[in-house]
Every structure is written in structure tokens, then in C-alpha cells.
Design a protein around this ligand. Structure first.
Ligand SMILES: C[S@@+](CC[C@H](N)C(=O)[O-])C[C@H]1O[C@@H](n2cnc3c(N)ncnc32)[C@H](O)[C@@H]1O
Length: 297
């Protein structure tokens, strides 16, 4: 598909642009006297799907450049050793563009990543190739996946588990992870708490770089109990701008429910901690880390 782009696009006229970005007019942007018809493909990505991590995959790493992955890697290593785990093989659930997978692989672990987004996986695979790292990246849904081998550990970071919006999906995710682990294996994951999600201010942020412009709108939906981010992005690809629209939603279940569901799946919950500490998490924690053990040798 072609992109018809009349006028010089961004970032001038942002306010006019924002007012025209609504659910019913999502392939047109009007900014001052600039009328832009933005079409739908960039590198094979269908950009108007509203599915999360389609177009956003192309700018994810740039926008998340300050995310403390190194600290999280250290903390995961610390949690493993604090609980007597010394894994060799690790499954990175909802691995995204592989930011944790690559770090784990560089540290010497045998890593497999799973994610639902083909676009995120493509970025992850390219990064692994560029570094000459062997990591298997598989497309799959965390709520229902099977793998052809068992792992010593599974991790799931950066509130990816919060993307599961219904209790049965979280329960079935825990069962899938349990089956994917060897006896004695462990599952470490983080979640945003409800306290954290419900106190994110309703606001609009702009992210921009030479080849992208992203409008990020946060809101808390009390009825559904989820945090929603409406993303509208513009990507410059082969000299033309394309638009994507995505909706991201995160829901936080009570820590006690998560703990019960882990145990129902067969895990023993070893600890629930405030991020970067061994302090027990509470409902006013922002990011909580779970350490769950699959009983066995
Ligand atoms: C916030 S990103 C985190 C990615 C990666 N863990 C990181 O730390 O950069 C959330 C990821 O979860 C993935 N995701 C969301 N729902 C999923 C599902 N049901 N199954 C598998 N992956 C999912 C998205 O595609 C996205 O890559």
C-alpha cells in the first residue's frame, strides 16, 4: 500500500492533530491547514489494527531506552540465588523485542523467548542476529502455550502479565508455565499493582524522534478496572510517514489472588517482593515480584 502524505508532517500543529484523533476518524489527521491521509503499511505491518505492539514495535526500544533492564536482570539473579536456584535454561515469557532475553543470553543462559507479537519478535530476532546470540524466539500466547522441552526457569518482566485481563487467562498462563518448567524450576515475574495502575494520571505524552512521532494517552477505567493507553503513532519508513493506532490495557489482580492461582497451578510461592528488595510486597507496592517454585528435584 502507498502512503499519501500531503504537507510537511510533524511535529508542527500537534494540538490540531490531537483533536482529530478519535476512534471514528482514525485514518485521517488534520493539523491546521495540513490534511494528511495516512495509510496502513510499514515494513509489512498492518498499522490500523489497534492490536498492541504492531506499529509500536518499530519504536519500542527507542521509547523504552531508559527502562532499567540491567537492574532487573541483576535483581532476578539475586532472587534466584536468594532462593537457591541456579538455572541454565530460561524461558522469557512475553519477551517483546528481547531486551531481557538478550541480557540473559549474554550472561550465559540458554534462552527461549515467547511473545504474541510477530512485530516485536522480528525486532528481537534481528537484535540477536546482530549480536551473534543464539536465542529461540517463538510466537505464542502466554495464556496458552506449550513448548517442546522443559526449562529450569521462566521469567516475565515489565508488567507483561498485566496484559492478561481476565482471571481465567492468568490461571491458564500459570498452568502453561508450570508445564514448561522442569521439576524444581522457578518462575519469577513482576506485576504492576492495582494501586500503581489506578494512580497513573490521566494525561497525554508525546514521544518523538527523527523517524517517529507518538501520542500516548493514559487513562484509568474504573468500570473495567484497567489502565488503558491509546497510542497514535507516525513512523517514517522509506521516506514516507505511516500511521498506527493501538490500544494497550493492563489489569492488576490482587496479589493474594495471583498467589492462590499460582498454588492452584501447582507452584509453591516462595516470596512476593517490592521491586529490587526482599521486602514483602503489599497492595501499595508499585511493582511486585513473585518467586514461584515448581516442587521437585
Ligand atoms: C511491556 S511489553 C514487555 C516486553 C518485554 N518483556 C520487555 O521487558 O521489554 C509487553 C509484551 O507482552 C506481550 N504480550 C501481551 N499480551 C501477550 C499475550 N497474551 N501472550 C504473549 N505475549 C503477550 C506484548 O506483545 C509485549 O511484547
Amino acid at each position: 500500500m502507498r502512503v499519501l502524505c500531503v504537507g510537511s508532517p510533524f511535529p508542527s500543529g500537534t494540538e490540531g492533530l490531537l483533536t482529530s484523533l478519535d476512534e471514528h476518524n482514525h485514518n485521517k489527521a488534520v493539523s491546521g491547514n495540513m490534511y494528511i491521509v495516512l495509510m496502513t503499511t510499514c515494513g509489512g505491518v498492518h498499522l490500523t489494527s489497534k492490536l498492541p505492539y504492531t506499529g509500536f514495535a518499530k519504536v519500542y526500544d527507542e521509547i523504552m531506552a531508559d527502562v532499567p533492564y540491567d537492574r532487573w536482570l541483576d535483581y532476578i539473579g539475586f532472587l534466584w540465588s536468594a532462593h537457591g536456584f541456579s538455572p541454565v535454561s530460561v524461558l522469557d515469557l512475553a519477551c517483546g523485542t528481547g531486551n531481557m532475553s538478550l541480557r540473559l543470553a549474554r550472561s550465559g543462559y540458554l534462552v527461549t523467548g515467547i511473545d504474541r507479537s510477530q512485530q516485536m519478535l522480528e525486532v528481537a530476532r534481528q537484535k540477536a542476529r546482530d549480536e551473534g546470540l543464539y536465542i529461540s524466539f517463538i510466537k505464542g500466547s502466554m495464556e496458552d502455550f506449550t513448548v517442546d522441552r522443559q526449562f529450569d526457569a521462566a521469567v516475565c518482566v515489565f508488567d507483561s502479565l498485566n496484559y492478561l485481563l481476565e482471571a481465567p487467562d492468568v490461571q491458564s498462563c500459570f498452568k502453561s508455565v508450570f508445564n514448561a518448567l522442569s521439576p524444581g524450576g522457578c518462575f519469577v515475574f513482576d506485576v504492576n499493582t492495582r494501586f500503581r495502575l489506578s494512580t497513573i494520571p490521566t494525561d497525554t505524552s508525546i514521544y518523538q524522534g527523527p523517524r517517529y512521532f507518538v501520542v500516548w494517552r493514559d487513562s484509568w477505567d474504573e468500570r473495567h478496572e484497567w489502565w488503558q493507553v491509546n497510542l497514535t503513532g507516525f513512523l517514517k519508513c522509506n521516506g514516507v510517514w505511516s500511521r498506527f493506532d493501538e490500544i494497550h490495557r493492563e489489569r492488576a489482580f490482587p496479589l493474594e489472588s495471583l498467589s492462590d492461582w499460582l498454588e492452584a497451578a501447582g507452584f509453591v510461592v516462595k516470596g512476593i517482593y517490592e521491586s529490587n528488595t526482599l521486602k514483602p510486597a503489599s497492595e501499595t507496592t508499585l511493582r511486585a515480584y513473585f518467586v514461584a517454585w515448581k516442587p521437585g528435584s
